[in-house]
Ligand binder design. Structure first.
Ligand code: PGA
Length: 252
């Protein structure tokens, strides 16, 4: 499984150091040996460089992801951070289109598709989030909304694939109502979404699909057992290194 901790706008230098100390002390590398799990941590942009260096220095088997990148490639866009910038300081990919960005910063499906395309062109791994709101689910609109969010991604992936057949594509199904609410989506709902996304489009390369939304120590094992699920994107629970380590143990 691909296990991604989305730290959001949390953590400070001290807390990051404590986190890495815990991973080192508990020998994350040996915990992972014999498993196919891969770990990624996603701090705010300002910590990307320090975190990448520290992870390397300590020999931790951890990839670094950004939480977002600009929809512009470079130039006079004050305050923006480009794909090239995050790659330059050690990130290998970026979360894109998280519902918090769509909701609080008015990101559109077109913005997310543009960011995905920039990542694929630059050799960064896009981890594209999609998911329905509570109202959409209650109105029976879930699959229609999700198809709408995913369709522009299929388009840019198809274009990028023509130039490079080795592009990695990761998606994360994150129902908005499940994020930070303590209520996760049911296994059958997740399975239905995964098969809709995999079978409802003609992907040039099948994407790896993660789930995110209130993953915790109680539900992680049953979620991870889902056949077509490639990983988990976790916010609040994995701000605590001990819970993160207990989760990895639960999956080993
Ligand atoms: P949560 O957040 O685990 O706190 O629900 C997940 C996410 O927003 O990626």
């Amino acid at each position: 499984m691909f296990l991604v901790a989305n730290w959001k706008m949390n953590m400070t230098r001290d807390r990051i150091e404590t986190y890495l100390d815990a991973l080192e002390r508990e020998r994350l590398s040996s915990m992972l040996s014999g498993t196919r799990h891969q770990i990624a941590l996603a701090p705010t942009h300002v910590y990307l460089q320090d975190l990448s260096r520290e992870v390397l220095r300590r020999g931790l088997p951890v990839k670094i992801f950004a939480q977002d990148v600009s929809s512009r490639s470079e130039g006079a866009f004050t305050g923006e951070v480009s794909v090239r910038n995050v790659l330059d300081v050690g990130a290998v990919g970026s979360i894109l289109g998280h519902s918090e960005r769509r909701r609080y910063f008015q990101e559109t499906d077109a913005d997310v598709a543009r960011k995905t395309s920039l990542c694929l062109q630059a050799g960064a791994i896009p981890l594209v989030c999609f998911g329905e709101s509570r109202e959409e689910r209650d109105a029976g609109e879930t699959l229609r909304v999700l198809r709408h969010q995913v369709a522009p991604i299929v388009e840019v992936v198809t274009k990028a694939f023509r130039e490079n057949e080795n592009i990695p594509v990761y998606l994360a199904y994150e129902p908005v109502w499940a994020i930070g609410s303590g209520k996760n989506a049911s296994c059958s709902d997740i399975e239905e979404v995964i098969s809709t996304v995999l079978e409802g489009f003609s992907w040039p390369v099948p994407p790896c699909i993660l789930y995110g939304g209130s993953v915790n120590l109680e539900n992680i094992s049953s979620l991870a057992a889902l056949e077509n699920l490639a990983g988990l994107l976790v916010g609040s629970a994995w701000l605590d290194p001990e819970t993160f380590l207990d989760s990895v143990r639960a999956l080993s």
